[in-house]
Design a protein around this ligand. Structure first.
Ligand code: SF4
Length: 232
């Protein structure tokens, strides 16, 4: 699979195991089912212990959408609301994404939405759970799920939402603010691009700045819609 990754995780190995004792899992790869469909992958991912993130999360948040979706959107990881609901993009960022998709002429029901990392990473701040960006080892450990989702769905267009997804899938040299909106050669899908994550807009305090950012997000998605229409 052509995702930008190293196959061998760099997690330190323990040396105190008894002879014959199995190594602890260091990647989602150890949990992949033999027969891969979206339902079987979803069931298997619910039991994933491929990295430590499952310990503090409510549940695995697997991707959602039609197995034949022509557009796949890939974000970073589930947030607080998604962790509780067990569904991707259902919080405030998801609502903003829905609005942007609608403005771009894309039906959310036609899109498969998922994340690079399937468990919520957070730290407590009073009563709140604050998002923490997943590190390289966690991203690497979780990528087998996304690889499997792409293999099953085979989207015509794939859009990375935000820097974490873009760097994981398109390489560390990819800069979302510089390279957003343009289609790049990638074995992931016939049309691959990246744009900002909608949560970045929610962090903008200035109304004009936020409106402008929303317009740019819609423009990036509309370009994808045009490609989908051309290929239909
Ligand atoms: S974040 Fe990914 S690799 Fe880590 S436990 Fe969750 S599903 Fe498995």
């Amino acid at each position: 699979m052509p995702i930008h990754r190293r196959d061998t995780p760099t997690t330190a190995r323990h040396t105190t195991r008894e002879p014959g004792e199995r190594e602890p899992p260091t990647s989602a790869r150890d949990f992949l089912p033999a027969r891969r469909t979206l339902p079987s992958l979803r069931r298997a991912a619910a039991e994933c212990r491929g990295c430590p993130l499952w310990r503090n999360a409510t549940q695995t948040v697997f991707g959602e959408g039609l197995a034949k979706a022509r557009l796949m959107l890939v974000g970073e990881m589930p947030g607080d609301r998604e962790d509780l609901a067990g569904r991707p993009f259902v919080g405030p960022a998801g609502k903003l994404l829905d609005d942007a998709l609608e403005a771009a002429g894309i039906e959310r029901g036609d899109v498969y939405v998922t994340n690079v990392v399937k468990h919520f990473k957070w730290v407590p701040r009073g009563k709140r759970r604050l998002h923490r960006t997943p590190d390289v080892a966690e991203i690497r450990a979780c990528l087998p799920w996304l690889e499997a989702e792409i293999d099953v769905v085979k989207p015509y267009a794939l859009v990375c939402l935000g820097a974490t997804a873009a760097k994981a899938l398109l390489g560390p040299g990819f800069r979302v603010l510089r390279d957003r909106g343009r289609f790049v050669d990638s074995p992931l899908a016939p049309r691959v691009s990246a744009t900002v994550h909608p949560s970045a807009l929610l962090r903008m305090r200035d109304r004009n700045e936020r409106d402008e950012a929303l317009e740019r997000l819609i423009t990036d998605l509309a370009a994808v819609k045009a490609e989908l229409d051309k290929s239909a």
